[in-house]
Design a protein around this ligand. Structure first.
Ligand code: GCU
Length: 633
């Protein structure tokens, strides 16, 4: 049954003539489809994603989407393997959503009669025949629109894993690579008055030259895994802004605003009514202005896990206004100390994947996310390591609200094709998209440029450039990565040329699991020769929830629990230890874990099982963190 979504943009729907007038911010040649373009319409603009799109009350296109499984990409290529959308007419693919003209017209696909799946949502967890599926799935949604003169429209995807080709009303908008970061197309002038059809070709096939590569320890959940939104803006709109405390200065906000559109040069006022502060800036010819606001003494409630205060910030120009809830805090390092608002903190953390263990699959919405973050708080955490890729914007906003510091990461994971410029460009783009999206979130204190990447000159150059990229985008936060360690006998040395480019001595270690066992692991010691805060970004052991045995029997809860107790002793001996994020909050799916009884394609290092059962080590970590909390009062 076709579901037609009513898009109530505003009651008044003017005639469907669009403001297709040349926007001087259009790149040359970026004509709108309806401006007499060739039969094969020009691709849509993919402008920088709107900052705070949720602040625009966008229309959600979430819901049940019809889908077609297409492992041979029959809906994309003709039988000579030429893309239909590159043909002179651009037609022929499943994106035409074609119906038979009459009884002698054999169309070999039909969205109307196809099954549906929930968007947002990976496909692997929604149909048995898709559990291990890697390939192309076509998805279609229909919705009504009432576009108006003088307004601009953006079709936004929170994430599609891994490669997306997007079509609106049979015409290609464009494509995107990268499974965890948002992208959007300007569809001004392409929206029809009345019913519209959006079709997405999503392909989660892994490739060695992608970011991540073919080699990961997590499930390759494919599809439209985050929100799909249609936003309306004025002709000249607020495209981006950063409003944060200046680096190391608790008395001043420093940032910028960026407008887009014909009237980019205008006065913009940034105000925080609750603090009685405001400033008006004049954007330049490119639409950009720096923002600097002095804050009243002894009046600001600085954001912290103990007091996650968010202020309503209003950004008002002549043509557009946006509100956002922003926390004010500083984060720095000084020698071995991590200073939050000038005070040394210990990061009582836990690592987690973007996955719900109870209903396996990517986190679907606020309910899932709140559950995961509450489990972390139940464990007395003040910090989470959102591994190994950008989690959703919703998740980060919840961390802001619930008071959890965040390590955010791009999936530059293990064996990347370091020597290829296009691979670096992909990594840089994903990192840029992450920083642009979340740079106003107080909870985010660390941008991580990768995890356990094998040391080589080309790798260290690649990662060093990523670190430079982060700093060019955001001077206020720390840069991290899980550095490499090496063992000489019983001494574990953290020694990695990449350390010079990041702010932390952060590393993973698996004494007692991959290295030795509970009986012998106390022989290990750690050498960390950096005058930086030490963060142990991973340690842990697999335990099948409910499997009980002695503390020398691997896979048992007792083994995992004893390993945690042993590990605390080993790590507390490290001078400069300022935090940890044991691996991992909950059991999670992984194709690398096939043991039929202990794993069944689950990585069992969770402190909570896939039935939501807290294992013994959960309570051990909780009480260790209670001690740390007292120590850092
Ligand atoms: C690695 C890696 C994780 C992986 C874990 C494990 O260090 O960072 O992604 O899941 O160890 O082996 O369980």
């Amino acid at each position: 049954m076709r579901q037609v979504w009513k898009l109530l943009l505003l009651a008044s729907c003017l005639t469907a003539s669009f403001a297709a007038g040349a926007q001087d911010d259009q790149a040359p040649g970026q004509a709108h489809a309806n401006k007499g373009a060739s039969p094969r319409a020009e691709l849509a603009r993919q402008p920088p994603t709107l900052q705070n799109i949720y602040g625009r009350q966008p229309l959600s296109l979430n819901g049940r989407w019809s889908y077609i499984i297409d492992p041979y990409e029959t809906g994309f290529y003709n039988y000579r393997r030429q893309p239909f959308d590159q043909s002179p007419t651009g037609a022929g693919g499943f994106y035409d959503d074609r119906k038979p003209k009459d009884k002698d017209d054999a169309v070999e696909y039909n969205f109307d009669g196809s099954p549906t799946l929930a968007v947002p949502g990976d496909w692997n967890s929604q149909a048995a025949r898709l559990e291990f599926y890697e390939g192309t799935l076509w998805m279609r949604q229909k919705f009504n629109a009432a576009p108006k003169d003088g307004k601009r429209y953006f079709l936004y995807f929170g994430a599609v894993n891994y490669e997306a080709h997007v079509y609106l009303n049979g015409k290609k908008l464009g494509s995107h690579k990268g499974g965890f970061t948002p992208f959007q197309f300007e569809v001004t002038g392409r929206l029809l008055k009345g019913e519209n059809t959006v079709v997405v070709k999503a392909d989660n096939t892994r490739h060695q030259d992608d970011i991540p590569t073919v080699n990961t320890d997590w499930w390759n959940y494919g599809g439209i895994t985050r929100d799909v939104l249609l936003a309306e803006t004025p002709d000249t709109y607020i495209e981006d802004y950063q409003i944060q405390l200046a680096k190391g200065d608790m008395g001043r906000i420093e940032g910028h605003v960026q407008l887009a559109g014909a009237r980019r040069a205008q006065d913009v006022t940034v105000s925080i009514a609750e603090l009685g502060v405001k400033t008006t800036v004049r954007t330049d010819a490119n639409g950009r202005a720096a923002v600097s606001i002095a804050l009243p003494k002894n009046k600001v409630r600085y954001w912290s896990p103990e007091d996650p205060k968010l202020y309503n910030v209003t950004i008002a120009g002549a043509t557009d206004t946006l509100n956002d809830r922003i926390g004010l805090r500083t984060i720095e390092t000084r020698g071995h100390d991590i200073l939050l608002n000038g005070k040394s903190v210990f990061l009582r953390g836990i690592s987690l994947h973007d996955e719900n263990p109870l209903i396996p699959g990517r986190l679907r919405g606020e309910g899932d996310m709140r559950m995961m973050l509450q489990w972390a708080k139940d464990m007395n955490c003040n910090y989470v390591r959102l591994a190994h890729y950008p989690h959703s914007e919703e998740m980060i906003k919840l961390a802001d609200e619930m008071g959890l510091l965040v390590w955010a990461e791009v999936p530059v994971y293990w064996t990347i094709s370091w020597e290829k410029p296009e691979v670096y460009a992909n990594a840089r783009q994903q990192l840029t998209d992450l920083v642009v999206r979340d740079k106003n979130r107080a909870s985010v204190i660390i941008w991580s440029i990768g995890n356990e990447t094998p040391v080589s000159p080309v790798r260290t150059e690649f990662m060093g450039k990523l670190a430079d990229t982060v700093r060019s985008l955001d001077r206020t936060r720390l840069v991290g990565a899980a550095l490499e360690v090496h063992r000489t006998g019983d001494v574990v040395t953290v020694e990695d040329p990449l350390a010079d480019k990041i702010d932390l001595a952060s590393f993973n270690q698996y004494a007692g699991w991959y290295w030795s066992n509970n009986k012998e692991m106390m022989k290990f010691s750690f050498k960390v020769n950096y005058n930086k805060p030490v963060l142990v970004t991973e340690f842990g052991a697999d335990a099948l929830g409910g499997y009980h045995a002695d503390t020398d029997t691997k896979w048992s809860e007792e083994y995992q629990d004893q390993l945690y107790k042993n590990t605390f002793k080993l790590l507390d001996a490290i001078p400069g230890l300022r935090g940890m994020t044991p691996w991992v909050l909950t059991d999670f799916r992984s194709p690398r874990r096939p043991h039929p009884y202990f794993q069944d394609y689950w990585n069992r290092k969770g402190l909570i099982s896939e039935t939501g059962k807290k294992k013994q080590a959960f309570y051990t970590l909780k009480s260790y963190y209670e001690q740390k909390q007292q120590q850092y009062k």
